[in-house]
Design a protein around this ligand. Structure first.
Ligand code: PPE
Length: 317
């Protein structure tokens, strides 16, 4: 019978992947259909960027923090990882090298195989780990980085802290993001902003959120959002490079509408200004000055242009 899903072009085709301790061709990095994670969504992943630095040598941005978060996610989910952190970090730099990337997006994933069978309760299972990488340009488009995006508050609530645990970057919980994103993109917006079950702003479908209002920057506290590594980097940049106060506290929906500026942060989305939310212009309806300034500082850091932040770069030589 004909395979109805056969695609002409796959963005990963021809690349090398590290899987369960070995480097293999992407086409051979196969997963059994009854892998536990495929059925129930128990798994953890990371999204990491590697940038070409000014010296021409690629550097992975905040590799240690990403791997720490991956291991924290697995601890929360009670998945035991059969590798040391160093082995996974080495696999990541090797994947960049083998694929000869100058810049790329790297996706490590830890998931449960089929050795323990299926069923919600499994005791003895095989943990599988893979690292792949591919070129991924501006997540929301180049124009989004320059001019800002149009966002909409989703009708789907972000999960309660005791439903999924937001500190873990777990595969299954992204269904919530997928539903929210599709809901708003299908009606012409670029990104979905999600509120918690009490109505406070949490984050976007795949980014943390910041507002600049009354001369001060605010972002929701970690109790309700993914501990974003870009979020952490931007907080440090604001504290060290500007005189603006940054607070981690609750933000309401109407605070978004009257903010002078709003921007999103994430590995994929980097620092993306928001120019409109729910048909209300944010500030003057263009990418804000502070947002663009922080974006500029961020891009300079990831490209190795600021010596103070060299600690965040792992060069791939
Ligand atoms: N919140 C969510 C829900 C999220 O998915 C991300 C990253 C962040 C915040 C920002 O975290 P950090 O990347 O550490 O700054 N989202 C990843 C996945 C995007 C995707 O479409 O896949 C990412 O940016 O890589």
């Amino acid at each position: 019978m004909k395979n109805k899903n056969k695609r002409d072009a796959c963005p990963f085709e021809g690349s090398k992947v590290w899987m369960d301790g070995e480097f293999v061709d992407y086409e051979d990095a196969k997963v059994p259909v009854n892998s536990h994670s495929l059925h129930y969504g128990l798994g953890a992943f990371e999204g990491i960027r590697c940038y070409e630095t000014k010296s021409g040598i690629p550097a992975v941005f905040r590799l240690d923090e990403h791997i720490d978060r991956l291991f924290n996610s697995c601890r929360i989910l009670q998945i035991s990882v059969p590798y040391e952190k160093k082995e996974i970090k080495d696999a990541i730099t090797e994947v960049v090298k083998l694929n000869k990337f100058n810049e790329c997006y790297i996706r490590p994933i830890v998931f449960v195989g089929d050795n323990g069978g299926l069923g919600i309760y499994i005791k003895d299972y095989d943990t599988r780990v893979a690292v792949s990488a591919w070129y991924w340009g501006a997540y929301l488009g180049d124009e989004a980085l320059r001019s800002g995006i149009r966002a909409k508050v989703s009708s789907y609530a972000r999960f309660h802290a005791n439903t999924f645990m937001g500190m873990s970057k777990s595969t299954g919980q992204y269904i919530n993001s997928i539903l929210a994103k599709k809901e708003v993109v299908d009606v012409g917006y670029d990104e979905a902003i999600m509120l918690d079950t009490s109505g406070f702003v949490c984050e976007a479908s795949g980014e943390n959120i910041f507002i600049y209002s009354g001369g001060c920057i605010k972002t929701p506290p970690l109790s309700s959002v993914l501990p974003g590594i870009t979020r952490d980097s931007i907080i440090e940049v604001i504290e060290r490079e500007t005189d603006i106060e940054v607070k981690e506290e609750g933000i309401t929906r109407d605070e978004l509408y009257i903010a002078d500026e709003v921007f999103l942060t994430g590995t994929a989305a980097e620092v993306t200004p928001v120019r409109e939310i729910d048909e209300r212009k944010i500030g003057i309806g263009r990418a804000g000055e502070i947002s663009l300034k922080l974006q500029d500082i961020f891009f300079n850091i990831v490209k190795g242009g600021n010596k103070k932040y060299e600690k965040w770069l792992t060069y791939v030589k």
